[in-house]
Write a protein that binds this ligand. Structure first.
Ligand SMILES: CC/C=C\C/C=C\C/C=C\C/C=C/C(=O)SCCNC(=O)CCNC(=O)[C@H](O)C(C)(C)COP(=O)(O)OP(=O)(O)OC[C@H]1O[C@@H](n2cnc3c(N)ncnc32)[C@H](O)[C@@H]1OP(=O)(O)O
Length: 295
């Protein structure tokens, strides 16, 4: 059973689907259909509204390893084919964090075979999210660097908690380079000039800064993130679905097709790039700096 979160009653957490009884199923009101949650991705489908909440659940920081990405991909595929599902809210079950991005340990001293499998899982999760017919909204209730920022940017709308949290594509700070499809999504979100600066500097923005460059759509107090997402969803749900989906698809198709047409080449390139001595050295130093922060 998931550990209760500090500062929140167990009852409230149970209501929000954060506490699971033994056996992995969340028992809730009848209109909620909860997919079994054996691992790191919790899905709570509200059959009354057609809105699914997908929570990343890999404490402490929701780093995205092969398992999480595979589970996320499968969850998104299921929702995509569920005719009753109209919208999806991507959120976190871990306090203070949306996602710390890719699990750096998947990229450090790993085998080329594992690197390729890991990258394919990331590609699939992203293709499913960015290409989704659903209304997708990110509830960013914590830090969201790198791969976390990619997931948030790939949604249709982003609400972020104000305060100390940061969001951005900080890859260059790790001595790595944002892949072309990360760049494409950022270009589509904040435009060319801001993306050039953001990527070269590996910039991490506060919620207010992110709002000012259009990286997020709304900034509210932490407790208001979910209610704000729910309020915004009401607007989006009023738009005729077919017209909205065709509009979304036509605007995202070029970027999706660019990756679809070279998935294997991209995965191989990643495995080769990440295993360069210089890149491994940079990653090793970054991991050490994360650990040093604690001491
Ligand atoms: C031409 C180019 C072609 C091809 C492409 C090639 C390469 C590009 C490849 C990939 C793109 C990469 C994308 C990414 O997503 S890389 C990941 C970047 N993420 C980060 O930089 C975030 C790092 N983490 C943090 O800054 C902080 O942890 C955070 C602010 C998120 C939370 O801080 P907090 O104080 O709450 O927690 P910590 O004590 O720092 O962390 C707890 C624990 O978790 C470990 N940790 C943190 N982040 C990660 C991570 N991303 N992966 C793995 N592990 C992580 C951290 O070390 C702590 O561990 P421990 O000490 O054992 O408790």
């Amino acid at each position: 059973m998931a550990a209760p979160m500090r500062g929140m009653s167990v009852l409230r957490q149970a209501f929000q689907g954060l506490v699971r009884p033994a056996g992995g199923q969340v028992c809730r009101q009848v209109q909620h259909r909860c997919y079994s949650t054996p691992g790191h991705v919790q899905v709570d489908m509200n059959s009354e509204t057609g809105v699914a909440t997908v929570r990343l659940n890999r404490p402490p920081v929701n780093s995205l390893n092969l398992d999480v990405l595979t589970e996320l991909s499968i969850a998104l595929e299921k929702l995509e084919t569920d005719k009753s599902c109209k919208a999806m809210v991507l959120a976190s079950a871990a306090p203070g964090i949306f996602s710390a991005g890719l699990d750096i340990l998947e990229m450090y001293q790993s085998t080329p075979e594992r690197c390729v499998a890991f990258w394919r899982a990331l590609q699939d999760a992203w293709l499913n999210l960015y290409g989704s017919r659903l209304i997708t909204m990110a509830a960013i209730e914590g830090h969201s660097p790198a791969g976390g920022c990619l997931l948030a940017m790939s949604c249709d709308y982003r609400v972020m908690a104000e305060g100390k949290f940061q969001i951005g594509l900080n890859e260059t700070k790790l001595g790595i380079v944002a892949p072309f499809w990360f760049t494409d999504v950022m270009l589509n979100t904040i435009g060319h000039r801001e993306t050039e600066k953001a990527l070269q500097l590996g910039a991490l923005y506060s919620a207010q800064q992110a709002l000012s460059i259009g990286l997020v759509d709304k900034v509210v107090p932490l407790a208001e993130v979910m209610p704000t997402v729910e309020g915004e969803l009401k607007n989006w749900l009023q738009i005729p679905a077919a017209a909205r989906v065709i509009t979304k698809t036509s605007m995202r198709k070029a970027v999706l097709d660019r990756l679809r047409s070279q998935k294997e080449k991209d995965a191989q390139f990643f495995a080769d790039f990440i295993n360069r001595d210089s890149v491994q050295k940079s990653l090793g130093m970054y991991i050490a700096s994360l650990q040093k922060k604690k001491n």
